[in-house]
Design a protein around this ligand. Sequence first.
Ligand SMILES: NC(=O)c1ccc[n+]([C@@H]2O[C@H](COP(=O)([O-])OP(=O)(O)OC[C@H]3O[C@@H](n4cnc5c(N)ncnc54)[C@H](OP(=O)(O)O)[C@@H]3O)[C@@H](O)[C@H]2O)c1
Length: 399
Amino acid sequence: MGKAMIIGCGGVAGVTIHKCCQNSGVFEEILIASRTKEKCDALKAKLDGGPTKITTARVDADNTPELIDLIERFRPDVVVNLALPYQDLTVMDACLATKTHYVDTANYEPPDTAKFEYKWQWDYRERFRAAGITALLGCGFDPGVTGVFAAYAQKHYFDEIHTLDILDANAGDHGYPFATNFNPEINIREVTADGSYWENGRWVHTQPMEIKRVYNFPQIGEKDMYLLHHEELESLALNLRGIRRIRFFMTFGQSYLTHLKCLENVGMTSIQPIDYQGVKIVPLQFLKAVLPDPASLGPRTKGKTNIGCIFQGVKDGQPKTYYVYNVCDHQECYREVGSQAISYTTGVPAMIGAMLVMNGAWRAPGVFNVEQFDPDPFMDALNRWGLPWVEDFRPALVD
Ligand SMILES: NC(=O)c1ccc[n+]([C@@H]2O[C@H](COP(=O)([O-])OP(=O)(O)OC[C@H]3O[C@@H](n4cnc5c(N)ncnc54)[C@H](OP(=O)(O)O)[C@@H]3O)[C@@H](O)[C@H]2O)c1
């Protein structure tokens, strides 16, 4: 059917690229473009030989003219940005200049401020509309599938959704005392930030890890989970009919939390540059350099993830509860595409989003969050491409 340009060649991109090659009827050609071309070439060498034609290029995704030049030479139908959130705006600018559709998995945040929100990317709405191209934001698992689950619940099961709890559990064990499952810098910025949830039309702010609950997750068991601010809360608060409260919880083990607290206490998670022997370094970036590369955790990680949404609301005047979730096994992901489940659960939805933009099922001029499109083709694709979901109409609730 067409051509996709994938920016980045880390943990998530590796999965998306594998999945594009499995789906060669749609992805006839892909260009893998990233900062370190050797990584792109190594992946190409692994995947070459199938029907999808793969080419590679070096690109600095902070540099819009460089991106424009590459897009003009390759002429993709869609650009899938799987580098870091810092690059979202430069890549969107390049898509605008070349009238090319855009997909990402994480919303923009400025490198020097640990704050993510959709404002910067929503500001592109008019320009994307005028150019007649689609930007699909946050198409990983959370954000991404969680928004699709919400749109599916709204379409099929509820007249009004009143509360939504998003629960993200990772019971994977990689054997290291401390490592992160996706880019350490982005991950640590996210979990050390203040928490917040949306209730009755306003944000309620909390200290980091202030609110703890215990939940008994299907196929995983009982886990401690903590309330975090998360980006899909911002768009779902606008896009769900009748919504009164949305919260996001993520599980963390005690070892992770103890290490994180210690690193925070000694200043290693700071993003303020310091002078070290005449060189400016950002402590968090240095920490990233000494931590295990998330893409290397695949062979070591055992156990499962469970990510899903619990909804409460009304249908035909009756109260209703609905839980929809996916369980993903780290070792099965590794056997299939050589990665752990966190990269897998992000990389597969990114491929699905790109496919739906390419085949026109999810195409409209403007900038969109996933829950604004028809969830049905995405839900079908999740079952087909490795992330089957389970429904429960009598789940335990989170207090
Ligand atoms: N929505 C979700 O569910 C979800 C979940 C997890 C992660 N994510 C997002 O997924 C994205 C990728 O995460 P990851 O774990 O795959 O990260 P990663 O392993 O660190 O990979 C990032 C890739 O981007 C490349 N890159 C960084 N800066 C670049 C630049 N200026 N120009 C070109 N390439 C650049 C890196 O190049 P090098 O190889 O040279 O370092 C690397 O290949 C992040 O935005 C993350 O926030 C979303």
